[in-house]
Design a protein around this ligand. Sequence first.
Ligand code: GDP
Length: 364
Amino acid sequence: ALTAGIVGLPNVGKSTLFNAITQAGALSANYPFATIDPNVGIVEVPDYRLQKLTELVKPKKTVPTAFEFTDIAGIVKGASKGEGLGNQFLSHIRQVDAICHVVRAFEDENITHVSGQVDPITDIETINLELILADLETVSKRITRVAKMARQKDKEAVAEYNVLEKLQEALEAETPARAVEFSDDQQKIVKGLHLLTSKPILYVANVSEEEIGEADNEKVKQIREFAAKENAEVIVICAKIEAEIAELDGEEKEEFLEDLGIQESGLDQLIKATYNLLGLATYFTAGEQEVRAWTFKEGMTAPQAAGIIHTDFERGFIRAETVSYEDLVEAETMAAARDRGRVRLEGKEYLVKDGDVIHFRFNV
Ligand code: GDP
């Protein structure tokens, strides 16, 4: 399963945020014993469509979908030189599919900052630099190997060499791989290198309790400006409040958010943004027994998506009876949607879309 790693300098609020994540997952009836690995937290994906489908279909049970966050602890500075837990830190990042970078945007004189002052951009760059240096090593090693073959005019080697050279230049200028432009063919070569700085990233600005629901403070503005250069998203949260919210259930939570003057908790925003960052999307199954959301990877075909429910569904796949969420809501019932010609019979090549409500037909 795809997972997003939470990284950040010490004392920025990572553990507080991660506790909120595990707490939110632990409250859910669907994941009572969720985390076997203490560094993994399971979160449910908030989705208003699931409630709406439940109202329409009135099933016995409603099951949301979920995915994982991984807490990447460890000393950061000097990681690329293998100092302290550095190597471990990098290898943990290597294993995640996207990065949530927590940045301290709150002032609190009681909580020391590792470098003595709270400067979000320096903080971001400290971590990014370690990842860049690690990638630079990967690229340099590869270049030495490929150069020989490239000199012999091996076509593939020449193509790779060009990509590597461009990457090396960028990394030396402290530009992450994700910010370098490549053609589609070149992208494939980049992908094969599994670089740390080509993983998709979003920034989490951790603000103080007083600032939640307020206009952006100076630090948040700086973070936004920095992130914009990478086309990265910024989610503003107060980790401390999120930890409190995570202990509340449905109604209590809504009241609390209302008191704060916000519509959606920062954690819920973070969950949704990370889900998108991972390239994940949701389809639904809606029967009398159960209405359920399922996570699939964008670009999956109907049989692949069916395989998420059960491997038998993929092996014996015949057709996917599909209606879009919007069409079903408009028609109100499956029968009415069918009468209106909104239910499609999709075959093996169909690429599942976010919001599809699907009934799979298969041979056993
Ligand atoms: P980590 O080292 O990044 O995991 O940081 P922690 O989650 O342990 O937080 C470091 C300290 O900052 C703890 O004392 C937290 O209570 C405090 N902290 C975290 N988030 C906030 C926040 O939003 N506001 C304030 N005032 N303190 C926070």
